[in-house]
Design a protein around this ligand. Sequence first.
Ligand SMILES: CC(C)(COP(=O)(O)OP(=O)(O)OC[C@H]1O[C@@H](n2cnc3c(N)ncnc32)[C@H](O)[C@@H]1OP(=O)(O)O)[C@@H](O)C(=O)NCCC(=O)NCCS
Length: 168
Amino acid sequence: MRILTTHLELVALTAGDADDLFPVLDDPALGRFTGDDPPVSVESLRGRFAVWAGRRSPEGDELWLNWVVRRRADGRAVGYVQATVGADDATIAWVVGTAFQRQGIATEAGAALMAWLHDALGVSVLNGRIHPEHVASQTVAARIGLRPTDRRYDGEVVWTDAPAPPGS
Ligand SMILES: CC(C)(COP(=O)(O)OP(=O)(O)OC[C@H]1O[C@@H](n2cnc3c(N)ncnc32)[C@H](O)[C@@H]1OP(=O)(O)O)[C@@H](O)C(=O)NCCC(=O)NCCS
C-alpha cells in the first residue's frame, strides 16, 4: 500500500494520522465544493480514520482504501487520497490542505494512485465525482487522464478513464 512518487509518499492511513492531519483538515474552505464539514476534534477524526483503516465498507462489499499524503522532503502530512473499490470499478478522491495547494501535489498523488490501482490492484475503470464548478479538481482529473461524462451523482459530474463510447 505504500506508494512513492518523486516528491511524495502515500502511506496507508491509520488512526494515528489524525494528529498530523487534524490541523490540515480543520479548514472550512476544503468543503466548499464537497459540502464536507471540518472534523470537530482530533478524537473524532481519529475515530473516523480507525473505521477507514479497516479498509472495508460496513456492508463488506467495497474496499475503502485511504492514504495519508506526506512530503518526502520533510515528512509533513499535506492531505490524503482515497479509493472506494467495488466489483467493477473504483472511485477516487483527493484532498490537499490549503497551505499546500497549487504545487502539483494532488496531480502527483492522483496519478500515482491511479497507476497503483490499475497495476497493483488490477482495477480496470477509475471514476471521480467532481462539482461542476470545481476548476482545481477538474484540472487535476484531466491532467491524470480522466474525462468528464454526461453522468451525474448527487449533482456532481462523473469523470472516468473508461474509453469513450464510439461516436461520442
Ligand atoms: C482539488 C484539490 C485536491 C487540488 O489540489 P492541488 O494540490 O492544489 O492540485 P494541483 O496543484 O495538483 O493542481 C490544481 C490545478 O488547478 C489550479 N487551480 C487551483 N485552484 C484553482 C481555481 N480556483 N481556479 C482555477 N484553477 C485553479 C491550480 O493552479 C493547478 O493548476 P496549475 O498547476 O496550472 O497551477 C484541492 O484544491 C483540495 O483539496 N480542495 C478541497 C477538497 C476537494 O474539493 N477535493 C476534491 C473533491 S472532487
